[in-house]
Design a protein around this ligand. Structure first.
Ligand code: FAD
Length: 383
């Protein structure tokens, strides 16, 4: 749903200009230093990027899902590490509070997430619990007005920078399934919370992940999201439905960038006396990429519109995430092929995108998990 086309166009133009004038020129240096310069982070705050989907009454822009994916198409036109910094506030790190938080939790945390004063992280995955997230072992035991958390979370995006964590932990050890899981807000700096060293990754340098460790970490009982035990896994899944549409949208944005770069190169690079873009085998790679990109873009917008209508988008979000992230991987591969030897060199930047986008097929549910979600929903609806 687009509320006001003119206002949205202004926002999309502003983001597009910021991406082209400020972020793209910094791509190589951020990759080399593994750090986004402070002045760029401040500019992101001033543009309101940390609060795109946080409700207006809590200081954000309150974008609808359709508006947000259109913004993400623009944001995706550069290294995904930039988006990663503010995406958790709008997505997995903030949505648990937005969707299921109490009024007091919203009033306390959302304004600071919206301005980017604090960063929110989402801590579901554990060393022995990845795709099978419902088997998580972190415990939260009630002790008067507190819960005491113990356990380790793994690969947590923005954990080194985070001010708060949405943490899924087991409050009912007698239930081994999703029913025993609750969601909590844990503030960084709480005694008993510590971080592992920053993990070295294949790509997305500038975006950081690490372990988050809880050792007798006491948090106020008031930080139980929504004030209700046993519904934390449902909260996490609602958060991920939205997150998956966003990963699909950023896949579209980065694929557009790689395809534009590949097209430009194909028109400039000459072999056998003419631009390689004139060779039909190169044209096939361009055309296949364009068609798949268009299909993914349509899926993302459709899934977003359905979510705005209040429909259950579990299947559509999984379809869009699976198709768009796999599409992005194929476009990255073809782009390298079109660049030839130059595609393999760091100087041209295309190999960096190839490494960066590999993650899209893994996090927020691997492609195989999306397949399971889609098929399970199909079978359930059939019966
Ligand atoms: C850079 C990065 C950032 C991340 N950020 C976060 C974050 O912010 N918060 C968070 O909670 N997590 C985060 N994750 C974790 C991520 O969501 C998990 O890595 C992912 O869900 C897969 O879990 P796993 O790594 O344990 O793989 P596994 O679950 O061990 O899977 C390994 C392989 O087995 C396959 N597989 C597993 N089960 C099945 C099955 N039933 N049928 C078929 N195939 C199956 C998988 O598809 C995969 O190919 C992040 C990961 C990375 C790498």
């Amino acid at each position: 749903m687009i509320r006001d086309q003119e206002t949205l166009n202004l926002l999309l133009d502003t983001i597009s200009r910021f991406v082209r004038e400020r972020l793209i020129p910094h791509e190589a240096i951020v990759a080399d230093t593994d750090r986004i310069p402070d002045e760029l982070i401040q500019e992101m705050r001033e543009l309101g990027l940390f609060g795109l989907s946080i409700p207006e009454e809590h200081g954000g822009m309150g974008l609808t899902m359709e508006e947000e994916v259109l913004a993400t198409f623009e944001i995706g036109y550069t290294s995904p590490c930039f988006r990663s910094l503010f995406a958790t506030n709008n997505g997995i790190g903030g949505q648990g509070i937005i969707i299921d938080g109490s009024d007091a939790q919203k009033a306390h945390y959302l304004p600071r997430l919206a301005t980017g004063e604090i960063i929110g992280s989402f801590a579901l995955t554990e060393p022995d619990s990845g795709s099978d997230a419902a088997s998580l072992r972190t415990t939260a035991v009630r002790d008067g007005d507190f819960y005491v958390l113990n356990g380790t979370k793994r690969y947590i995006t923005n954990a080194p920078e985070a001010g708060i964590f949405t943490v899924m932990a087991r409050t009912d050890p007698t239930k081994k399934s999703a029913d025993g899981i609750s969601a909590f807000i844990v503030e960084a700096g709480t005694p008993g919370l510590s971080l592992g060293p920053i993990d070295k990754k294949m790509g997305q340098k500038g975006a950081h992940i690490c372990d988050v460790i809880f050792e007798d970490c006491r948090i106020p009982a008031a930080n139980l999201i929504g004030g209700k035990e046993g519904v934390g896994f449902k909260t996490a899944m609602k958060v991920l439905d939205k997150g998956r549409i966003n990963i699909a949208a950023v896949s579209v944005g980065v694929a557009r960038r790689m395809l534009d770069d590949a097209l430009r190169y194909a028109c400039e690079r000459k072999q056998f006396g003419k631009p390689i873009a004139e060779f039909q085998l190169v044209q096939a790679m361009l055309a296949d990429s364009k068609a798949e990109l268009y299909a993914a873009q349509c899926m993302v917008v459709d899934a977003a519109r359905r979510r705005d209508q209040g429909l259950d988008v579990g299947t559509e979000a999984a379809c869009a995430k699976m198709f768009a992230s796999e599409m992005c991987g194929r476009v990255a591969d073809r782009a390298i092929q079109i660049f030839g030897g130059a595609g393999y060199l760091a100087e041209y930047g295309i190999e960096r995108f190839y490494r960066d986008v590999r993650l899209f097929r893994i996090f927020e549910g691997t492609t195989q998990i999306q397949q399971l979600v889609i098929a399970r929903n199909m079978i359930r609806e059939h019966s």
